[in-house]
Design a protein around this ligand. Structure first.
Ligand code: SF4
Ligand code: SF4
Length: 554
């Protein structure tokens, strides 16, 4: 039996999972309107490929990935594009985003698609295919799946040793992965084999918390049936075991170092729902059009639904039948989810759960009190941080110190806030500090770009000035050479001409003549001789110019 390791800290909040696992996954009826955001993933928004009035088929590409970190967006069903505009979405910023409104025609007519022979395909081609299929991490991070399948550059073997399937689903209330594993275990195992093939991983571990016995049994049976050498590893139920770094620690004993990625230690981790989407994409040629969503909390019918992306959250809530005292809704779990400003937002790829909340179910937090340095938060922190110190630095805006204390290793799991006897909303402070640091880094980056642009502009001006001067000098040199060639006599006296010009310039500039005394008879004779020479030089110069002008006209 495989050894299980422990990670630092962790808590045991009430699971509240049984409410939504009593019925199997149900399909949501086709809504009258789908609002499909062009950004449902980490990174750059997809670029719209459709216009208002276009007829689209189910699975048709409507948003092209735009940038390295980006993903495709597809029509969730067949119908007509009624609008492409800014619409409210479920995002902590509360800002609207560009969306396509699709009016379904009810035919569910598919865009032509086909399975991919992945065993005879180049992994790079498969990665491109998954990018164009819009497959992203469905565990919450929504990071484009293809990027997690790239070969490693900094690992000794350039290979992933261990592929981990994350079926821990540790956050209270959420059961979408549990139900998916119970009902579609064989497909998940096939998807895991596809990922293993692309990564060339040596072993595949499927980690599931011990509070999901049905899912464990289903996966074990599917692995046995497949004949694949995968291992289902049952892990203790403790929050947040479903966080990638913590699950890696439990299953392998390896620590992902601060500021590093799992791939730096030869491990890659995929959520089971993402794995299922990879299977649908390669085995059926289907892009990511729907996902399983838990509707639970203060509702009459807590259940999991298979929901088309873009379905209004209101319609999901209507299926769950929220109770009258419901006063808010949470997308995600109670620990890491976010409160929705409005239910008039579409369901997106990262939306795993909708919780109807009431004050009875989630009593409002008492007013925060001063920190008493009890260190409970540090004892519970799964990232082994010192939350009370981070809180102090965030509060006093000492962001540099917060970074030194590994602020960015914080996974925002909410464990510290959960245990804090002073009810300090610690995670909010950490989120604030992170956003401030990111904003400052953006500002610094922008200032650095502006400085570089200014310096380049100055350099360009200087270079142009120098080039002009060089051209002028070359032209003058060419004229002098032409003059010399036309009249060698001029060339002989050229230094004297130049000296006379320089003297004239000096006089014009107010430079005092060097000798101001009365000339002696001998000097007067020399002056007369110089004047005669000058007259002669002027004549020579005049004839040279006339000759050059005549030459230029030829
Ligand atoms: S748990 Fe709360 S009161 Fe205790 S040290 Fe941490 S922040 Fe301070
Ligand atoms: S939110 Fe951050 S600091 Fe708090 S327990 Fe989780 S990882 Fe630690």
């Amino acid at each position: 039996m495989r050894t299980r390791y422990q990670f630092h800290g962790g808590i045991h909040p009430p699971g509240n999972k049984t409410q939504s696992t009593q019925c199997s996954i149900a399909r949501v009826p086709l809504p009258s309107r789908l609002v499909i955001p062009f950004r449902q993933h980490a990174g750059e928004s997809a670029k719209p490929l459709v216009r208002v009035g276009d007829q689209v088929l189910k699975g048709q590409l409507i948003g092209m990935p735009d940038g390295f970190v980006s993903s495709a967006v597809h029509a969730s069903t067949s119908g007509t594009i009624a609008a492409i505009d800014m619409q409210p979405i479920a995002h902590p910023s509360g800002m609207p985003d560009l969306c396509a409104t699709l009016i379904p025609d009810g035919k569910e007519e598919w865009f032509p698609h086909a399975a991919v022979d992945y065993l005879n395909s180049d992994p790079a081609e498969l990665r491109r295919y998954l990018r164009m299929s819009g497959v992203v991490g469905l565990g919450g991070a929504v990071f484009p799946c293809d990027l997690k399948l790239r070969p490693l550059r900094n690992h000794p073997n350039r290979n992933i040793c261990t592929l981990i399937l994350n079926g821990a689903e540790c956050e209270p209330y959420i059961t979408c992965d549990d139900m998916l594993m119970r009902e579609r275990a064989a497909e998940i195992v096939q998807g895991a084999e596809m990922l293993r093939f692309m990564l060339e991983a040596r072993e595949v571990l499927i980690g599931i918390e011990d509070n999901k016995p049905e899912a464990i049994a289903a996966l074990q049976q599917a692995v046995t049936d497949s004949g694949l050498p995968f291992e289902v590893v049952v892990v203790p139920t403790i929050y947040p075991s479903g966080s990638a770094k913590q699950l890696i620690r439990i299953l392998t004993g390896l620590e992902v170092p601060s500021g590093k990625l799992p791939t730096d230690i030869g491990v890659q981790c995929f959520n089971v729902a993402t794995t299922y989407s990879v299977y649908r994409a390669l085995a059926h040629g289907e892009p990511l059009l729907s996902r399983i969503v838990t509707v639970t909390g203060n509702v009459r019918h807590a259940q999991n639904f298979e929901v088309l992306l873009g379905t209004p959250v209101q319609e999901l809530i209507a299926l769950g039948e929220a109770l009258p005292d419901t006063n808010r809704y949470i997308m995600g779990g109670p620990m890491m989810g976010m409160e929705l400003a409005s239910t008039d937002v579409p369901l997106v790829k990262g939306g795993n759960c909708i919780i109807a909340a009431s004050d009875k179910l989630f009593p409002p937090a008492p007013p925060a009190l001063p920190c008493i340095r009890c260190t409970r938060c540090a004892q519970a922190c799964p990232a082994d941080l010192q939350p009370m110190d981070l809180y102090w630095f965030a509060q006093s805006r000492e962001f540099g110190k917060a970074q030194t204390f590994s602020l960015f290793d914080c996974i925002e799991c909410g464990t510290c806030s959960y245990v804090c006897p002073s009810h300090i909303p610690l995670v909010q402070y950490f989120q604030f500090a992170k956003s401030e640091i990111r904003a400052r880094e953006q500002d610094n980056l922008a200032a650095e770009h502006a400085r570089e642009r200014h310096e380049f502009r100055e350099y360009r001006f200087e270079r142009e000035k120098q080039e002009k001067a060089e051209k002028l000098a070359a032209k003058e040199q060419a004229v002098r050479q032409a003059q010399a060639a036309a009249n060698p006599g001029v060339a002989a006296v050229q230094p004297e001409i130049q000296a006379a010009i320089d003297r004239a310039r000096e006089q014009a500039a107010g430079v005092e003549p060097k000798n101001t005394g009365n000339p002696t008879p001998q000097q007067q004779a020399e002056i007369a001789e110089i004047e005669a020479q000058r007259e002669h030089i002027r004549d020579l110069a005049k004839s040279a110019v006339e000759h050059t002008n005549g030459h230029d006209k030829n």
